[in-house]
Design a protein around this ligand. Structure first.
Ligand code: G3I
Length: 371
């Protein structure tokens, strides 16, 4: 059975390799961005330590295997715009410069998000909600200042992140409470006015839920009906071994593909641990339970083999739909970088990314590269 599975994965890899390039991969091109380059951009999220030059091994992997980058945290509101008249561009400038130096497709993440929002953004000097007019102006100033700074240098923006819930209703964020659904088109319009050339994305997780799928379809159709630019739907892709069903994920890819926008897999990672809850909303945490941290030292070979196989199944899905999928981005370089080590509970050890804690490629990567 084991050999049959490996044969399955190897044959899939060969199909990928030949499908991508039509010829065997030469050593100098034995990297992800070349093997998959005929299908889509291959991206990765870069963290603070890497931007501060404290993880050169990870940056070597980024330069070798990836042709697109996104900042894991440095462009989030509470970091880049900590006070109303204070911006901190130190890390975001380094991020954009790294992308330019290495010829990357640079993605900005994220302009409007309910989480990691600076505490001043939606409140007045008395701590009450600001008026709709004040919030519109603050959104416009925030988006215009950041997008204009990187005009022509950041190629695409996660304009609005995670505005819709799994049942299709709007998240009851401060943006929604004060402006209603209108905060979404306003954000996209402000971003377009700041850089008319940049691609603009709506980004969310759990996009395989039918309710969310329907609501995102409506969001895109409404923007288009109003002549407001939107270029892609970002499916974050924080998945696990038991969820989602690949068929449900595929149903959303197919539904979004019919909207005349690109589909992007924007934050892909696959937890190797038992599912705790459906959510990438970082406030959903549960107390640490040893039983939920079953592999603190290493992932057993059986689980690792299952992880590699399911990763190949998702990659096969992305290649199948690569006419509509323009980018697949992984949410971190090595397992040690992953937010999943502390979510939904702090202190657990997960194995969700392409490279292990020794910066070595997983079997999934080796099979893709025909090794
Ligand atoms: O940098 C500070 C550090 O100085 C401080 O000592 C430490 C104390 O806990 O916190 C550090 O900041 C943390 C930051 O990551 C940088 O490591 C924040 O607490 C922590 O909340 C933050 O988590 C990030 C999370 O978004 C919230 O912004 C994760 O790294 C990041 O992977 C995650 O990414 C999100 C996407 O942006 C949107 N989609 C879901 C995805 C997963 O939640």
């Amino acid at each position: 059975m084991k050999n049959k599975k490996l044969l399955y994965a190897a044959s899939l890899a060969c199909m990928l390799l030949m499908a991508c390039s039509g010829k065997p991969v030469v050593e100098s091109e034995r990297n992800l961005k070349n093997v998959l380059g005929n299908h889509f951009l291959v991206g990765v999220a870069i963290n603070h330590l890497q931007l501060q030059g404290q993880d050169s091994a990870a940056l070597d992997i980024v330069k070798t295997h990836f042709n697109s980058i996104v900042p894991e945290n440095c462009m989030k509101c509470m970091i880049i715009h900590p006070e109303e008249n204070v911006y901190d561009f130190e890390l975001s400038d380094r991020f954009v410069a790294f992308g330019e130096e290495n010829g990357m497709f640079v993605v900005g993440h994220c302009l409007i998000w309910h989480s990691q929002l600076a505490s001043w953004f939606c409140t007045d000097e008395n701590g009450a909600d600001v008026s709709p007019e004040v919030l519109k102006q603050r959104m416009k100033d925030h988006i215009t200042t950041i997008v204009k700074r990187y005009k022509g240098r950041v190629h695409g923006w996660d304009v609005v992140n995670e505005a819709i819930l799994e049942d299709g209703s709007y998240r009851n964020s401060k943006f929604y409470q004060i402006l209603g659904e209108e905060f979404v088109p306003l954000a996209f319009q402000y971003a377009y006015e700041a850089d008319p050339e940049a691609e603009l994305y709506y980004n969310d997780y759990n996009m395989h839920f039918e309710g969310k799928r329907r609501a995102v379809i409506k969001l895109v159709e409404d923007l288009k009906a109003r002549g407001i630019r939107i270029d892609a739907v970002g499916m974050q892709g924080h998945v696990g071994m038991e969820y989602p069903q690949i068929s449900d994920f595929e149903a959303s890819i197919e539904a979004f593909s019919k909207l005349n926008v690109k589909v992007m897999i924007t934050e892909f990672d696959m937890s190797a641990l038992p599912m705790v809850r459906y959510s990438a909303n970082v406030t959903d945490t549960v107390s640490f339970e040893q039983s939920m941290n079953p592999y603190p030292n290493e992932l057993p070979s059986r689980e690792l083999e299952a992880w590699n196989k399911r990763m190949m199944e998702f990659m096969n899905l992305f290649v199948k739909h690569s006419r509509h999928i323009s980018r697949v981005t992984f949410w971190g370089v090595t397992d040690g970088d992953s937010w999943k080590n502390d979510f939904p509970m702090r202190g657990r050890t997960d194995y969700p990314l392409l490279f292990d804690r020794n910066y070595e490629p997983k079997q999934f990567v080796k099979e893709l590269l025909g090794e």
